[in-house]
Design a protein around this ligand. Structure first.
Ligand SMILES: Nc1ncnc2c1ncn2[C@@H]1O[C@H](COP(=O)(O)OP(=O)(O)OP(=O)(O)O)[C@@H](O)[C@H]1O
Ligand SMILES: [Mg+2]
Length: 257
């Protein structure tokens, strides 16, 4: 069976800087994969390669049997790959509805907008109730919902979610995790980039650990445990993105190698 998304021996970077080296990641249809690793190891770059925003300098990107290597981002969208990018990706001075219309028009053309809008409001009732509100006035969690709603029209084959929980209160993180779980139940495969390992691993079947631009470990998320947690956080900066580790073991790295 073809993978929903497959990166094979990918090198990629920015100018002379090589951010990814020989990265291979496979996401099966309907599967959830957590992509974890310390700050700056290349997780977001993987997300960008997997959605066509960064072109690999070597290797291939294939979705559902279709070779997308070197194609433009809209070809990735057509192949069923949705990407909720890192950071606040909504237009603060436009309303919720305007934000949605803008992305739907870009992705589906003028004729697809109304249908996409109806489906988005069905799927995200919170947003339906706030359609006239400026996106900048939404809470952080609602803004993240809007970033997901902008890209997940009609159950995409794969959703790449980059740090959706960053800076959100635990209860909102749980809400977002529930939303991802529902998408998955509807058949969408997930590639979840997360610092909040507990949630990501709870959702995911498999975990892939990146270290300095390469895959350092991969396996069932149930086995990720201390191994991944120690290697992810021991080397990460003490930044604002505190890891809330909810699985067994502590983030202090008792199994440090
Ligand atoms: N637009 C860019 N231009 C140049 N270098 C970049 C760019 N984006 C990322 N990099 C560099 O590429 C490397 C990988 O960055 P990337 O954003 O993929 O890491 P990350 O794992 O997502 O980190 P974080 O956990 O902090 O989000 C880093 O060294 C970063 O400085
Ligand atoms: Mg990142």
């Amino acid at each position: 069976m073809s993978a929903a998304l497959e990166l094979t021996n990918v090198d990629a970077g920015y100018g002379q800087f090589m951010a990814l080296r020989n990265v291979s990641i496979r996401v099966e249809p309907g599967e959830a994969v957590a992509l974890v690793g310390a700050n700056g190891v290349g997780k977001t770059t993987v997300a960008r390669v997997a959605s066509g925003l960064v072109r690999p300098t070597a290797g291939r990107v294939v979705a559902n049997g279709r070779d997308l290597t070197g194609r433009a981002p809209h070809a990735f969208v057509r192949a069923g790959i949705a990407h909720a990018p890192e950071g606040r990706s909504v237009f603060a001075t436009l309303t919720v509805e305007e934000n949605l219309r803008l992305s739907f028009r870009r992705h589906f053309g003028a004729r697809g907008v109304e249908r996409a809008l109806t489906s988005a409001f069905e799927r995200f009732p919170v947003l339906a109730g706030r359609r006239e509100v400026l996106a900048g006035q939404l809470s952080g969690g609602q803004q993240r919902m809007l970033s997901i709603a902008r890209v997940v029209v009609e159950s995409p084959a794969v959703l790449i979610a980059d740090e959706l929980s960053l800076g959100l209160a635990p209860i909102v993180v749980t809400e977002i995790a529930d939303q991802l779980r529902r998408l998955r139940e509807a058949g969408t495969a997930l590639l979840i980039v997360e610092q909040q390992l507990g949630h990501a691993l709870a959702l995911a079947d498999r975990a892939v650990l990146l270290e300095r631009g390469s895959v350092a470990w991969e396996g069932p998320s149930a086995e990720a445990g201390d191994h991944v947690i120690a290697r992810t956080f021991v080397r990460s900066r003490n930044g604002g993105t505190d890891a809330s580790v909810r699985s067994d073991g502590d983030a202090g790295g008792s199994t440090r190698e």
